[in-house]
Design a protein around this ligand. Structure first.
Ligand SMILES: Cc1ncc(C[n+]2csc(CCOP(=O)(O)OP(=O)(O)O)c2C)c(N)n1
Ligand code: SF4
Ligand SMILES: [Mg+2]
Length: 330
């Protein structure tokens, strides 16, 4: 029995997806790398939200963490170093109907990509951004990054870095139009998942700094926070992170923080010990640039096709023109 193409498509759209519908290539990250935990949380989110893979795109720059799109069975764009944001913005601008995710490292986002990061916050386009912050350049084998703590020894700072680490949350909250800012840690999977889920549901530029372990180059860096749950400050609120009784029992150091309180969010953003985990700031009223530009309307398939054809036509040499050209040349 043959099935009409439209019926076939309708079946795909109506389908319930399983976890393996989102599992792409086998991750090449090191054993114990925190990026694996982020991938697991994101694949679970896609499954729970039943995101259509053909309507979902992961964009990254360059780095270990930026290999993320290869491991998702969705659309993906493994971009160029520091340029994940403009690529994602272009995609969102042309196709506001797509679910857009960005995975970027601390070098990718806060060093070479810093200018794009600042403007992406200001544009507040609807996308979910995960900053995998392992405080080191992992892929290129242990160079100091902007978020490395002072005194950290690396291949480019053999006697220890001389500068205080940049605070990605404080920077983001300092930019006009910041609309969602959160912090997670790769070793607290429940909070990681809840925070990514809240970010996904926020309409706007949702920025999550994920404190991420790099056991290859900095095996002990986060041990004090891993080994003592009191060094985690869980931010709780009805409008913020939903905390299960099990999680609350382990992480008893808690602060009730209203994510609409920008002043307090900015103060929390500068705290590194205890490490705050939760939603620092959320403002659903900041407009998204794509809505300001074209009212959130998706261009129709016909409009896209005729635009492409007009563009191709500019470079087309029609047979009669080619004939005329060769006559002139002769
Ligand atoms: C223009 C350019 N400059 C430098 C590099 C080399 N490079 C590749 S990845 C990287 C740093 C990656 O660090 P990070 O973003 O923290 O990612 P991680 O590997 O730690 O996940 C650098 C400097 C490059 N690929 N392109
Ligand atoms: S080098 Fe570090 S960041 Fe890169 S895959 Fe290995 S553990 Fe992860
Ligand atoms: Mg890094």
């Amino acid at each position: 029995m043959t099935i009409a193409a439209t019926e076939c498509l309708l079946r795909i759209y109506g389908e319930d997806h399983e976890l393996d519908d989102y599992q792409g290539g086998v991750p090449r990250w090191c054993t114990g790398c925190g990026d694996n935990a982020v991938l697991a949380a994101v694949q679970r989110l896609c499954r729970d939200e039943n995101l259509r893979p053909e309507k979902t795109v992961f964009v990254s720059g360059i780095g270990c963490s930026s290999r993320f799109p290869h491991y998702m069975k969705t659309y993906g764009f493994h971009g160029i170093h520091g340029r994940a944001f403009p690529i994602a913005e272009g995609i969102k601008m042309a196709r506001p109907d797509l679910n857009v995710f960005v995975n970027t490292g601390d070098g990718d986002c806060c060093s070479i990509g810093a200018a794009h990061w600042i403007h992406a916050i200001r544009y507040n386009m609807n996308m979910t951004v995960m900053l995998h912050d392992n405080q080191i350049y992992g892929l290129t084998k242990k160079q100091v990054s902007p978020t490395s703590p002072i005194g950290m020894k690396s291949n480019t700072t053999p006697t220890g870095s001389r500068l205080q680490g940049l605070q990605p949350l404080a920077v983001t909250l300092g930019v006009q139009n910041a609309s969602f800012v959160a912090q997670a840690a790769d070793w607290i999977p429940e909070a990681l998942f809840e925070i990514i889920s809240a970010a996904f549901h926020h309409k706007g530029f949702s920025f999550i700094r994920i404190v991420q372990r790099c056991p290859e180059w900095l095996p002990d860096l986060f041990d004090p926070w891993l080994q003592d749950p009191k060094r985690i400050l869980l931010l709780t609120h009805e409008q913020g992170l939903r905390v299960s009784p099990g999680l609350a029992k382990i992480y008893t150091n808690q602060e009730r923080h209203d994510p609409s309180n920008l002043d307090r969010a900015r103060r929390i953003a500068t705290i590194s010990d205890p490490l705050p985990v939760g939603i620092l700031y959320r403002n659903p009223d900041v407009p998204c640039y794509e809505d300001l530009r074209h009212g959130g309307q998706t261009r129709s398939a016909e409009a896209i096709q005729s635009g492409l054809e007009a563009e191709f036509d500019k470079f087309t040499i029609w047979p009669q023109e080619a004939g005329r050209k060769s006559q002139v040349e002769a």
